[in-house]
Design a protein around this ligand. Sequence first.
Ligand code: FNR
Length: 383
Amino acid sequence: MSLICELNDLRRLYHKRVPKMFQGYCESGSWTQQTLKLNTSDFDHILFRQRVARDLEPRSLATRLVGHDAKMPLALAPVGLLGMQHADGEILAAQAAEEFGVPFTLSTMSICSIEAVAAKTQSPFWFQLYVQKDREFTKKLIDRAKAAACSALVVTLDLQMIGRRHADHRNGMTAPPRLTLPNIIDMARRPRWAMNMLQTSNREFGNIQGCATGVDDMNDLMKWTAGSFDTKLSWEDIRYFRDLWQGPLIIKGIMEVEDAKECVKLGADAIVVSNHGGRQLDGARSSISTLPEIVAAVGDQIEVWLDSGVRSGQDIIRAKALGAKGVMVGRPMVYGLGAMGKAGVTRMLEIFHEEAELTMAFIGHRDIKDINRNDVVFQHEKF
Ligand code: FNR
């Protein structure tokens, strides 16, 4: 464990252990991947102001996120098919988050179901909803999340249509999936992954299978996914979900001030400034460069979160300095999970916590709540 010093160590191990097909699914962005790259490179233009001779005891990253205590301002983002990165992936990531003290978000498109994750965890997790054309099915998902005592509903709005990621087409992550000979050989060369997969009892498609969707295998799931998202959404539709869900409501996938204002109007508790990790609209701005204008417009009325491109504890502090209440991380969780299962997710969280705490101290603060815009400067005019 001591050799895992930074996220890149987990990523290298992830590349060794997880089949290429699922690596590509995790790491790729859409089309030219311009937005995917900007998401991370734009963080590099935010530089810290070092301070000295400060009282740095005691230090705390503890935060309240949509009314719940968290050990640091971070939640694990919803990631579809997490159970293909590591057997029982959603359960293991949820357990790691629970033990560490941060929220875990279960995707609509998970492999382990809402009920399976609830059965293996003690504290509530968050449920992410993709709005389906079939409103009855969507409503049933919300009812299941309520029955499992999920403590927040995350409604993702930036996936009415699915972005095209070339790696998925090349690797056979299509509808239907192509299990080519190279794919099978590649999987067989990852014995640890394959053994785990063979041993798991979770062989269903979590929230979708067995709900009158006709989904029985991966092939069905991919076809169902391609045809089921609602391409005719309106803010009125979202209001309907606000009425159905009385707990904290988080709207994910907001990149423009006007859309952020709509979320305030409908009474959402938080928004996530997110371009889906560069997987949807290629050529969109990075989330971090969009954050300041959204915080300026609605930050005093709603919690403004950020995801897409957070790769270290330092990035958490950068996002906090620009006004984010918290961040979500997608790929960092996948790297940890694919590399070492639950222990890998825990290690990622430890690394991010340590980096964030140390950075906070170097810029002269001992409480995360004190981080502010004066703690950073920009290297160019972008922000
Ligand atoms: C995602 N994301 C995502 N979002 C969501 O609301 N529901 C989902 O099922 C998925 N699935 C998914 C799969 C994979 C492989 C990735 C990488 C991402 C988006 C995710 O929640 C988050 O917005 C991004 O991952 C954030 O960017 P980073 O942290 O990966 O850079």
